[in-house]
Design a binder for this molecule. Structure first.
Ligand code: ZN
Length: 353
């Protein structure tokens, strides 16, 4: 085309549509499914291969099921056609619909082997998670009324999840062979203990190497490294708490070292420069650890007091997220011995060493 001057400046780089088209050219299609959560839509990915594969399901709701059916239909498929469903991690916005999809389609359900008991007994596991979270919140200075309110919120969200039987347990490093590709399964804990990414390396045949990253790496938000019960914890587990941010940083560094042309995340847009984004996240965590260190140096504080200093008045629903965020950074400071923790009257305060 010529003769028509465009009023728009040339774009900096590929648009979201360009990147989705790159994935689609390799048979991977984003299906953005609605959720009732603050995060907004969750990305499931349809891999048109044999077996016909869906990565994540969306939450257990009629609206999610309806939109998923429409998105599949737009590509000429029905739920009954799904042959393999891969679950990326233990959060209900990603797997809630899995049992319904598996029942209707007869699909194999694949997930990290350590996650199998959790998914198979979701209600009990979620209850144990809540009990653990409650202990952590009280230990780290969140007021009891906020803890009670948050437990009620969490219980009310539980119906968006549902237990699902995993028929194909996956191991870290294993290959999932489809007709036209081999997906390498990589465990990348941090955001949750079970984060699993899939690596579709086509570079040898001149195509893109793509990572389906779920919540391990998201472009528009920094993934919360949530303090969680370890997958193999006993029911009465009380600690020591998981080192979610320490694990997360190690996982990010492993992903950073990979050659990737495209990362397809669990929320939002595709990422075409994972190294720059990971470097940005690593700098953020470094800055935040420094800031938290300076707050602790000014006076000994609980993790919740630090969160209030950083973010002001915290909504009830955000109390555990912000606590996790602070504890993650405190773990970095504990690891380099620049802070210590002291417990008195059942509450932990952090001091400079
Ligand atoms: Zn998640």
């Amino acid at each position: 085309m010529s003769g028509q001057a465009s009023p728009d400046p040339p774009p900096d780089g590929p648009t979201e549509e360009d990147l989705l088209a790159r994935a689609a050219a390799q048979g991977i299609h984003r299906l953005a499914i609605p959720t009732p959560f603050m995060v907004g839509r969750v990305n499931a990915y349809l891999i048109e291969d044999s077996p016909l594969t869906l990565v994540d399901s969306g939450p257990n709701s009629g609206k999610a099921l309806d939109e998923l059916e429409q998105a599949l239909a737009a590509r000429g498929h029905a739920i009954e056609d799904i042959e393999l469903l891969v679950i990326t991690h233990q959060h209900i916005d990603h797997f809630g619909l899995a049992s319904i999809l598996a029942r209707r389609s007869g699909a194999e359900v694949a997930a990290l082997e350590g996650l199998v008991p959790y998914l198979g007994h979701f209600r009990e596991a979620a209850e144990l998670d809540d009990r653990f979270a409650e202990q952590m919140m009280l230990l780290h200075g969140i007021p009891a009324d906020v803890v009670t309110a948050l437990r009620a919120v969490s219980a009310s969200f539980r119906a968006w999840g549902a237990a699902v039987e995993v028929t194909r347990p996956l191991r870290d490093g294993e290959e999932l062979r489809l007709r036209d590709r081999t997906l390498r399964v990589l465990h990348r804990p941090g955001h949750s203990p079970s984060d699993t990414v899939l690596y579709d390396d086509r570079s040898e045949i001149g195509q893109h190497s793509i990572m389906l990253a779920a919540d391990h790496l998201i472009k528009h938000i920094s993934s919360n490294p949530l303090i969680a019960r370890p997958l193999d914890a006993a029911p009465d587990f009380t600690g020591p708490r998981s080192q979610a941010l320490v694990d997360y940083i190690a996982s990010l560094e492993r992903t950073r070292a990979m050659e990737l042309s495209l990362v397809l995340p669990g929320h939002g847009e595709p990422i075409d420069d994972h190294v720059a984004l990971i470097d940005k996240r690593l700098r953020l965590h470094e800055r935040r650890a420094k800031k938290i260190h300076s707050l602790i140096a000014a006076e000994p504080r609980t993790a919740h007091e630090i969160a209030v200093e950083l973010w002001g008045n915290i909504a009830v629903t955000q109390a555990y997220l912000t606590l996790s965020e602070v504890l993650g950074h405190v773990d970095l400071l504990l690891a380099d011995h620049s802070v210590i923790e002291r417990k008195s009257n059942g509450v932990v305060r952090f001091h400079t060493a």
